[in-house]
Design a protein around this ligand. Structure first.
Ligand SMILES: *[C@@H]1O[C@H](CO)[C@@H](O)[C@H](O)[C@H]1NC(C)=O
Length: 122
């Protein structure tokens, strides 16, 4: 009986360490600003994780500066464990920039970026 318990315990420990070591870092599907990008419109891009183990943490950046969800020019929604959407309200010249989504889990991180360039801006 004691040996049986010992074997069970050892198996559990081995399985647990395998699970931790086997965690996959996230992979983000590339996103692109597309469609009509004009003064006054709004646009949105999706940061979707196509590979890796949860839980994930999402962060959005514009030109390497962290975007906070309470800034009224932007809104950030977590749709589900694998998806976050960034909405940029009322496009104007200040909206132009390099937007990055960074996702982190305990095994690592990934980031994808795209540059927003409004038409009619020089
Ligand atoms: C946008 O930002 C990312 C992350 O900082 C960087 O790797 C990438 O080169 C930048 N892209 C452009 C076009 O500046």
């Amino acid at each position: 009986m004691i040996i049986f318990l010992f074997v069970c315990f050892t198996t559990m420990v081995v399985l647990q360490s395998l699970t931790v070591e086997g965690l996959n870092p996230p992979t983000i599907k590339p996103f692109h600003f597309s469609g009509e990008l004009r003064e006054g419109l709004r646009t949105m891009v999706m940061c979707g994780i196509i590979d890796g183990d949860r839980p994930f943490e999402f962060k959005w950046f514009k030109d390497s500066e962290l975007l906070l969800p309470d800034k009224n020019h932007f809104s950030i929604q977590i749709i589900n464990e694998f998806t976050s959407i960034l909405t940029i309200e009322h496009l104007n010249a200040l909206s132009n920039g390099n937007y990055t989504c960074r996702v982190t889990n305990s095994a690592g991180s990934d980031e994808k970026s795209d540059v927003l360039t409004m038409k009619g801006e020089i």
